[in-house]
Design a binder for this molecule. Structure first.
Ligand SMILES: C[S@@+](CC[C@H](N)C(=O)[O-])C[C@H]1O[C@@H](n2cnc3c(N)ncnc32)[C@H](O)[C@@H]1O
Length: 263
């Protein structure tokens, strides 16, 4: 389950992910629909987000995060951008492991970054220069080729124009730079997929209700996971954004996939 699979272009298979969509359904829709919903949801759950993630993944989130950190070729001289970085889980893990020169922790929801700032104040950045910025990952204010590594965990699924985000990541990366993207996926084997779908339908909203009392927000989460492209289709999107050699590995029976792509 943990081998990295290089992906060949899908022969004759057109992937129609260039559209602006409703991230809950994958159907074409105005971007504002998804953007406003995401802002509302993550503003509401910012304070409980990390506890929810940990409990609802039965602690697997830390293993997935460790693997993202392993795959990110960060050194002490790296300039790193964390897109949709939220409360800073990936950013602070990179700080602990590599002590990079500079990390921009960017996110669309100011409330998530407020939690990240509290963590910086508590010392979670381990002395690394972490800059928090409110940024839409689909339209970033950074110069071309200004980062060596870009990370994004559980972010792209929430964006209505995913190709715009992937093109932006490609643009801001230095030639030779690497993107590491973690996203929920769907287990390929039928039995595991059936359990997973049942968990998405009943388990995730129940956890959400327990932590925040906002069951509906977590119905969205489950729907957006089901509407997200399969790993090979997502690799095709990476390729169309300009990346030459996207690869992915599944974790936890395919509940998530971790993508790497080099500019
Ligand atoms: C599930 S959280 C992931 C946070 C963090 N990456 C982590 O690993 O815990 C998804 C994040 O995506 C952010 N997001 C959604 N749409 C975005 C966009 N268009 N641009 C940047 N961030 C976005 C949300 O604000 C939220 O903080």
């Amino acid at each position: 389950m943990s081998a990295t699979h290089p992906i060949e272009p899908a022969a004759g298979e057109a992937v129609s992910e260039d559209r602006v969509i409703d991230t809950a359904t994958g159907e074409e829709a105005p971007a504002e629909l998804s953007e406003q919903r995401v802002l509302g949801i993550f503003t509401e759950i910012a304070g409980q987000y990390e506890q929810f993630n940990h409990a609802s993944s039965f602690g697997q989130d830390h293993h997935w995060l460790d693997r993202v950190v392993e795959l990110a070729p960060v050194t002490s001289r790296s300039r790193v951008l964390d897109v949709a970085g939220g409360t800073g889980e990936v950013t602070f893990a990179l700080c602990r492991s590599y002590h990079p020169a500079h990390i921009v922790l960017s996110d669309y929801t100011p409330g998530m970054l407020e939690v990240a700032k509290q963590r910086i104040a508590r010392g979670d950045a381990c002395g690394v220069d972490v800059e928090t910025r409110v940024v839409d990952g689909q339209d970033m204010p950074f110069a071309d080729a200004s980062f060596d590594v870009v990370t994004m965990a559980y972010g792209i699924r929430n964006m209505p124009d995913r190709m715009a985000c992937l093109r932006e990541i490609y643009r801001v990366l230095e030639p030779g730079g690497t993107a590491v993207i973690l996203e929920f996926s769907t287990p390929p084997r039928p039995i595991e997929r059936a359990f997973y779908n049942a968990y998405l339908r009943w388990g995730i909203p129940a956890w959400g209700d327990h932590f925040t009392g906002k069951r509906d927000d977590f119905v969205y989460l489950a729907r957006s996971i089901k509407a997200f492209p399969a790993p090979d289709a997502f690799c095709d999107m990476l390729r169309r954004a300009g990346f030459s050699d996207p690869a992915f590995e599944r974790k936890s029976f395919g509940a998530v996939a971790i993508y790497t792509a080099v500019k």
